[in-house]
Design a protein around this ligand. Structure first.
Ligand SMILES: Nc1ncnc2c1ncn2[C@@H]1O[C@H](COP(=O)(O)OP(=O)(O)OP(=O)(O)O)[C@@H](O)[C@H]1O
Length: 475
């Protein structure tokens, strides 16, 4: 009966036209061009758009490729993924039967497809009652059903999930930098590339300390080097480097460092440097409010006269692990550890950022109290779950992301835990020593001696101010 009604009213014709709307639109434009301008109009119609596209690409390649990406993504949404979506959802058990309609089911909705350096990203709206974990559990099935080597599931807000079809492991390729951009904003410092191919940043206003560890050759020093190369170009940053390996890994920074030592046997030399930085921190905590108006360093504008100080202690176990030390050396090591612990706890609001690196990630090398106060933790390749835990904390136990799996052939790849406790794999960029040396030499005039930064310890009457600032620091 319905077909008769459609035939009589002409609705069938409209439905047919709608079905072939694109072909009809193209034909209409072609007929119009011929009618208005003859065959020249048709030639213009055929040659014009490609020429315009070429011109667009030449004038504004960024917007052109963005548009092409959008077109390709739309095409994939409708064909590659859209046509099989219901079948994929059903075969992975992510569909839901519709009550009262046997045999019928509903599926999460594929909203959008975008591309990323690793592969396509499918943006999906969940069904009521579903959560990203439902997709995570089915990640392997989804990968097979969608024909991708792996699928990464990330929550993208309430009711939304993103499925990244990982076609390429972007972390497999080294990120070599032949020069490093100066860091101008310490609240967004690029430090490594994530699995989606985009840069990860850190907000140093919220970081008092970082701990990092990994087996020899895993890329700790190189990772720190690339970070330092950007930071030392900022006049409001000073570096203090203590290299417990006793080698020349950090000698490149000597012309630019406020203080540098590679002393690995005479712990008194190291203690003196650590004490200097500790004194600077205390002096700032005591006087910052009275002299500069704010108790928190990061509430003040960055000023080369009051620089942020990065204290790097590479192979920190040389100074903190007391095993095998004689009695006197043990006492010095204990003081160094206590000072580092204080810097880790209170350094943030004094603008002092402490970074401790070790190839021996144990609680003897990095005491748990220090690790637990370090909001940023980085584990390059390690050999055991215990070592991973000594750096990243208990969160790594049972996590799918672990530094124990990192292949030897991928130095510079690490697992990082951010302030929110989330673990992810990243690759640090690589800057060779000569490039680093050149950057340090060309910025040598920005160097200020640590002794000049450390003012005299203020009088005792500032105690009240200190306790106020210290309370804020540890808050
Ligand atoms: N991000 C990276 N990308 C590519 N190669 C890297 C990267 N990081 C390090 N490497 C390679 O690995 C080598 C060892 O790196 P690095 O010296 O940083 O290791 P390490 O963990 O500090 O070792 P050690 O504990 O012995 O000092 C480098 O010389 C370099 O060849």
């Amino acid at each position: 009966m319905t077909w008769l009604l459609k035939a009589v009213t002409g609705v069938w014709l409209l439905q047919l036209a709608w079905r072939f709307k694109r072909a009809l639109a193209v034909s209409a434009v072609a007929v119009f061009a011929i009618a208005a301008y003859g065959w020249a109009g048709l030639v213009l119609l055929v040659v014009g758009p490609p020429l315009l596209a070429l011109l667009w690409r030449w004038v504004h390649p960024w917007s052109y490729w963005r548009f092409v990406g959008w077109l390709v993504a739309r095409h994939r949404l409708r064909t590659t993924y859209g046509l099989r979506w219901a079948e994929v959802m059903q075969s992975c058990g992510l569909h839901r039967p519709i009550p009262g309609r046997p045999g019928e089911f509903t599926t999460p909705r594929l909203v959008r497809v975008t591309d990323s350096p690793v592969g396509d990203v499918l943006h999906v709206r969940l069904l009521t009652g579903q959560e990203p974990g439902d997709f995570e559990r089915q990640a392997a099935e989804l990968a097979h059903a969608l024909g991708a080597p792996a699928v990464r599931v990330t929550s993208a807000g309430p009711g939304l999930v993103e499925l990244t079809l990982v076609e390429r492991d972007v972390l497999a390729d080294a990120v070599e930098l032949h020069d490093v951009e100066a860091v101008t904003d310490l609240r967004a410092v690029r430090f490594a590339v994530g699995e989606d191919g985009s840069w990860r940043t850190r907000d140093y206003a919220n970081i008092a300390a970082e701990v990092g560890g990994g087996v020899p050759g895993s890329g700790k020093t190189a990772g720190e080097t690339s970070l330092a190369c950007g930071l030392i170009q900022n006049p409001a940053v000073q570096y203090v480097v203590i290299d417990g390996k006793g080698g020349e890994d950090w000698s490149w920074i000597a012309p630019r460092a406020a203080a540098y030592t590679n002393e690995d046997e005479d712990l008194d030399v190291v203690l003196e440097l650590v004490e200097s930085v500790h004194r600077l921190m205390r002096a700032r905590l005591k006087t910052q409010k009275t002299q500069r108006g704010r108790a928190n360093f990061w509430d003040l504008p960055l000023d080369p006269a009051h620089p942020a100080v990065f204290l790097v202690v590479d192979e920190v176990q040389t100074f903190t692990d007391q095993k095998g030390m004689d009695k006197d050396t043990k006492a010095v090591a204990a003081t160094i550890t206590a000072r580092l612990s204080a810097l880790v706890k209170k350094g943030r609001s004094a603008g002092v950022i402490t970074r401790l690196l070790t190839q021996k990630p144990t609680s003897d090398a990095i005491p748990t109290a220090i690790r637990d106060n370090a909001s940023v933790r980085t584990a390059w390749r390690v050999l055991s779950d215990d070592a991973a835990e000594a750096i990243l904390g208990p969160v790594v136990r049972g996590s799918a992301v672990t530094p124990v799996d990192i292949p030897v052939s991928m130095p510079g790849v690490a697992v990082v835990a951010d302030a929110g406790g989330q673990l992810e794999r990243v690759r640090f960029p690589y800057v060779d020593e000569h490039t680093a040396e050149q950057i340090a030499t060309r910025t040598a005039e920005l160097r200020r001696d640590l002794a000049d930064l450390t003012g005299p310890v203020p009088a005792e009457d500032a105690t009240a101010d200190e306790s106020a600032s210290e309370q804020e620091a540890t808050a």
